[in-house]
Design a protein around this ligand. Structure first.
Ligand code: SF4
Length: 328
């Protein structure tokens, strides 16, 4: 018997993976990432998923949901949670991909680390049923951590898995999971809790700004993760680095038409402007860079680079001005 286990790399899905693999079931772990994952790079959730797959001794497949995910975020059929998080549609999309993988792999069912009552929007019984139905996986999703408080699924009824070793976890506490992790020898897992960036109020505000201006695309989403954001016109936005690492990231994210702003004779932030603009917007953006520079002078020279030209403005720093405070 073969199963596909949805593995985020977090505590719950790691436990579900181990419980299923320990029953001798042939397992493929499936990891999803999206532009809204909280982690990136070497220490991210993909890294945790790889580590736990190796520990349990199962194969891992990763799927990146890019444009398709953005389209879903723009108009989720089942609404959003407290912020912009479209959890039900997000789960449906992932389950649809999981079903496809299940069929390609000749697997018979799906396993998740979901715990009843842990997430208000997507982890209650009605939502779980809806997600299964809409993804074509009705009764084929085994949830080992909460199975004892859910109706038996086909794999449980048919004896493909042993329901006796499953649990009755529910609610938001993670203590039982931590204890189980200890019992199963899983010692190294990321801090439990938190959803993706779409559950974060300030990040959601930035996404909402892109949605309102019909600018939500992959390039603009990457930019949301860096710096202070100023919407200067409906078309033009300025992003200002908060430290050296963000300054470097902004340079790396620059596209040919973007504009780089930097103080010429003092230390201070790098800014990046994106979008069509009039000259006075460039002047105003330069004043914002001056406001965040380290200069004590009343006037600051700001260097401006586009793909085609370089120029500079001398602007008033106006350090106390509220209109230069972060906007979105
Ligand atoms: S928190 Fe984010 S990743 Fe998790 S289900 Fe909700 S939308 Fe999807």
């Amino acid at each position: 018997m073969k199963a596909v286990v949805l593995l985020s790399g977090g505590l719950d899905s790691s436990l579900a993976l181990k419980l299923i693999a320990d029953q001798g079931i042939d397992v493929l772990a499936l990891h999803f990432s999206s532009p809204f994952c909280r982690c990136d790079g070497a220490g991210g959730c993909g890294f945790s998923a790889r580590k736990i797959s190796e520990f349990v001794g199962v194969r891992l497949r990763s799927i990146y949901l890019g444009e398709e995910y953005l389209e879903m975020v723009k108009d989720p059929r089942h609404g959003r949670g407290r912020n912009l998080n479209p959890c039900i549609d997000c789960r449906i999309l992932k389950f649809v991909h999981a079903k496809k993988t299940m069929e390609e792999e000749g697997a018979s069912f799906i396993v998740t680390g979901e715990v009843i009552g842990q997430r208000p929007m997507s982890q209650h019984k009605r939502a779980l049923n809806l997600i299964e139905e809409e993804s074509g996986l009705k009764d084929l999703v085994v949830r080992p951590l909460s199975a004892k408080i859910l109706s038996p699924t086909i794999p449980e009824r048919e004896g493909w898995v042993n329901r006796d070793s499953f649990l009755d976890f529910q609610g938001r506490t993670r203590k039982p999971q931590m204890k189980l992790a200890q019992d199963l020898g899983i010692n190294d897992y990321p801090c439990p809790g938190g959803g993706c960036l779409l559950t974060d109020p300030s990040f959601s505000r930035r996404v909402k700004d892109l949605l309102c201006h019909d600018l939500l695309d992959m390039d603009n989403v990457e930019l949301l993760k860096v710096g202070r954001h100023f919407r200067l016109t409906s078309d033009f936005k300025l992003v200002v680095g908060r430290n050296e690492s963000e300054n470097n990231k902004l340079i790396a994210l620059k596209q040919p038409e973007d504009i780089i702003f930097e103080p010429a004779d003092t230390t201070g932030p790098t800014g990046m402007g994106r979008g069509p603009h009039a000259e006075q917007i460039i002047y105003f953006a330069s004043k914002i860079i001056a406001r965040y520079s380290d200069s004590d002078e009343a006037e600051v020279k700001i260097q401006i680079r586009t793909g085609r030209e370089e120029k500079s403005f001398i602007v008033l720093a106006e350090k106390g001005e509220n209109r230069f405070s972060e906007q979105i």
